[in-house]
Design a protein around this ligand. Structure first.
Ligand code: HEM
Length: 159
């Protein structure tokens, strides 16, 4: 199924035209995209370090997973909303952009993987401090996925 008609439609929406015709909107939204990236990226890093048993040992992994859920979920939603605004400023440019396509696949894979991991640890009732091998490996995969999203985001402008 081709998304081409959807991208064509995005280009003629009021919001798409407003983002494209505005002098400052793209720059302002990209600044917000990067500021949210810093907050979201930091929260994911702290969480995955805890899941690997490499920090924040005074808080149990399930407790930290529960406490950080509003920040990581809110951050992922804010990254999507600001990213979508950047996208609709020039949908056809991004439709044919390979790093952008890779980023979308990586983004949704990272979201599913990370939140399944965080939710499963948040639900666990164990108070043990020992990071299991599954948690360690999953945390490493989560960090690699999010890093790949960031790198592909940076690469968009070069293609
Ligand atoms: C956690 C997830 C995300 C991360 C880590 C991320 C990271 C980045 C980075 C590092 C840049 C480059 C900024 C620059 O060149 O100065 C960027 C730009 C961009 N991102 Fe994201 N992003 C994320 C999610 C999204 C999503 C979900 C979308 C689309 C729905 C998106 C769309 C874009 C677009 C269109 C650009 C502008 C690229 C350009 O024209 O240079 N991003 N992002």
């Amino acid at each position: 199924m081709s998304l081409l008609p959807f991208f064509h439609w995005l280009a003629v929406t009021h919001l798409g035209i407003a983002m494209r015709d505005s002098t400052w909107a793209f720059a302002i939204v990209e600044i917000i995209h990067l500021v949210v990236l810093a907050i979201f990226g930091g929260s994911v890093l702290f969480l995955d370090l805890r899941f690997m048993g490499l920090g924040f040992r005074s808080v149990s992994a399930p407790e930290m997973a529960r406490e950080m859920l509003p920040i990581t979920a809110g951050g992922a939603i804010a990254m999507f909303l600001t990213g979508f605004l950047l996208l609709i400023s020039g949908p056809m440019r991004y439709y044919y952009n390979t790093p952008f396509r890779a980023k979308m696949v990586l983004f949704f894979s990272a979201v599913i993987f990370h939140f399944v991991l965080q939710a499963s640890i948040a639900r666990s009732r164990t108070q043990s401090d020992r990071a299991t091998v599954v948690h360690r490996v999953s945390a490493v995969i989560s960090l690699l996925l999010w890093s790949a999203v960031g790198l592909s985001g940076r690469a968009i402008g070069y293609f």
